[in-house]
Design a protein around this ligand. Structure first.
Ligand SMILES: Cc1cc2nc3c(=O)[nH]c(=O)nc-3n(C[C@H](O)[C@H](O)[C@H](O)COP(=O)(O)OP(=O)(O)OC[C@H]3O[C@@H](n4cnc5c(N)ncnc54)[C@H](O)[C@@H]3O)c2cc1C
Length: 471
């Protein structure tokens, strides 16, 4: 057994769970009323995260006369949208070649172009509507700390060039150039892209929810959807009849009847440090608002907050048997210790820094690891999700796409290759748990071997795991 599973993390004032640091720093929102009974609307949206909120926003902007209701089990932003790493980045979920296979190379390029555009659009709307507090557009750095990671970073740049994206979209950083942005122990280089902004997830989601309400959309909270049928949603508080129903539950999709195996609820865990001193910030050399990640298989993402802390996240315990997870985000001790260790590896000056909070959330992973937007015109049901951890801007693009589909407009968005993708269901238990657990165990092993070998190629075990998992 790993020694870390036998220990627990404790420090004065350390909080484990409570949804997220972002939510705790803004305070729990005042609850909105629950669904009062049976109602009808033009559009019923299930899930008050970014997918649901953005969809309501764009529909209402385009057609102010539409009656739109949103149903949320807890409060708006309770799910991944209020807990994430705050990377508003432009990577579509899944591989380019998969979208190219189903929709053609040009369509796959269009999806990437629209993801670049979704970052800009999300920022512009947040600024125009007044919910851009703490939002800074400073780009994204990926740092490679061994030869295999550097080889993957270079392969990514080469693939982007092949797709037609230039130096203005992504460029390689030498170790010295990387060090000017952030000083990561053992960095051998990396790459930078301007297509990313840092957001405070709770402020952002809460601001969007208030904006949407201001436009005349009704958000019912404390209301659990039980099933979605053609033109109606059954909840624990009544039935919502609607011409169109949008399923926007992502990692929580399994809570709907008949959807238990559609999207795997993958855990992602985060910890955040206390406020760093000037000396500590100087030691890590991270003074800007770029987001920072590594190029490991067990990927680590980091965020330097407005008030000088570092939040670091990754897949501590990626998946629990039978898709269970703690709703309030309590995090396994082993995950907290793993993230603390990783923070110390990347920034030795922070090895003994005090952590203030840990939390976890779930993101939706489809069996083919590609995001999708689906529309069944006869039942009026739309679904969007499967962003695999790239939903901050993906939700915005999915929402504008659903607006066009609902309004029947033949736009470029209505032809993107993620429309109509239907991945098969995940395997039944215990195969699902064994597969997901083994996958991340192999990735962990491959990361260790890549550090040990320091050879410029991906370890064969990770290549095999990618092949078998379809990732
Ligand atoms: C820890 C973590 C870090 C992440 N980091 C990033 C990142 O840095 N960048 C990025 O792009 N993406 C990131 N993601 C992913 C991103 O947050 C999601 O892709 C995105 O927020 C999905 O939004 P959503 O609205 O589809 O789902 P959610 O935000 O999960 O919203 C779904 C909502 O549905 C509600 N609900 C659940 N069940 C029911 C029901 N039965 N009836 C009614 N309502 C229900 C929940 O209350 C929830 O609020 C991260 C995710 C996690 C968990």
């Amino acid at each position: 057994m790993d020694f870390m599973t036998q220990q627990s993390y404790s420090a004065p004032g350390f909080v484990n769970g409570e949804v997220s640091f972002w939510m705790r720093s803004t305070g729990r929102p005042t609850p909105r009323p629950a669904l009062p009974g049976d109602v009808s609307a033009d559009v019923a949206i299930v899930g008050a995260g970014l997918t649901g909120l953005w969809t309501a926003y764009y529909l209402k902007k385009a057609r102010p006369e539409l009656e739109i209701v949103i149903i949320g089990r807890e409060f708006a932003g309770f799910g991944a949208s209020g807990r994430n790493g705050g990377w508003m980045s432009a990577e579509p979920a899944g591989q380019f070649r998969r979208y190219a296979k189903s929709g053609g190379v040009e369509a796959a390029r269009a999806l990437q172009r629209e993801m670049f555009g979704a970052v800009r659009e999300s920022i512009e709307v947040a600024r125009a509507e007044g919910f851009s507090e703490d939002l800074v557009h400073d780009g994204l750095v990926h740092a490679a700390t061994n030869a295999a990671q550097l080889a993957r970073a270079r392969a990514h740049i080469a693939e982007m060039r092949q797709q037609g994206w230039g130096e203005g979209d992504v460029f390689e950083l030498s170790p010295a150039e990387l060090g000017e942005r952030v000083r990561i122990e053992g960095a051998q280089g990396g790459y930078w892209t301007p297509h990313c902004a840092r957001v405070h997830p709770a402020k952002y989601t809460r601001g969007l929810a208030a904006t949407v309400e201001g436009l005349g959309v009704t958000i019912y909270e404390g209301t659990t959807a039980i099933s979605v049928e053609p033109h109606r949603v059954h909840t624990d508080r009544g039935v919502v009849g609607a011409k169109f129903v949008v399923e926007a539950l992502e990692g929580y999709t399994l809570s709907l009847q008949g959807k238990a195996r559609k999207l795997l609820p993958m855990n992602s865990s985060m910890v955040i440090t206390e406020r760093l001193s000037d000396a500590q910030l100087d030691a890590v050399g991270w003074h800007g608002a770029e987001l920072v990640g590594d190029v490991a298989h067990s990927f680590t993402y980091m965020h330097r907050t407005q008030d000088g802390r570092i939040a670091i996240g990754g897949r501590g315990v990626p998946y629990n048997f039978r898709s269970s997870f703690d709703r309030e985000g309590r995090t396994a001790d082993s995950a907290v210790l793993q993230l603390k260790k990783r923070l110390g590896e990347l920034f030795p000056a922070l090895s003994d820094v005090r952590l203030e909070q840990s939390w976890s959330g779930v993101l939706g992973v489809p069996r083919d690891w590609c995001a999708s937007v689906n529309f069944d015109r006869s039942s009026g049901v739309l679904t969007a999700g499967g962003y695999v951890g790239h939903g901050l801007s993906g939700t915005n693009l999915a929402a504008r796409t659903m607006r066009d589909l609902i309004l029947g407009e033949d736009t470029a968005l209505a032809r993107l290759p993620w429309i109509g993708r239907r991945a098969r269901n995940w395997e039944i238990e215990p195969v699902r748990w064994i597969g997901a657990t083994a996958l991340y165990a192999v990735y962990g092993y491959a990361d260790k071997r890549e550090y040990a070998l320091d050879a410029p190629r991906t370890h064969w075990t990770a290549r095999m795991a990618n092949l078998v998992s379809g990732r």
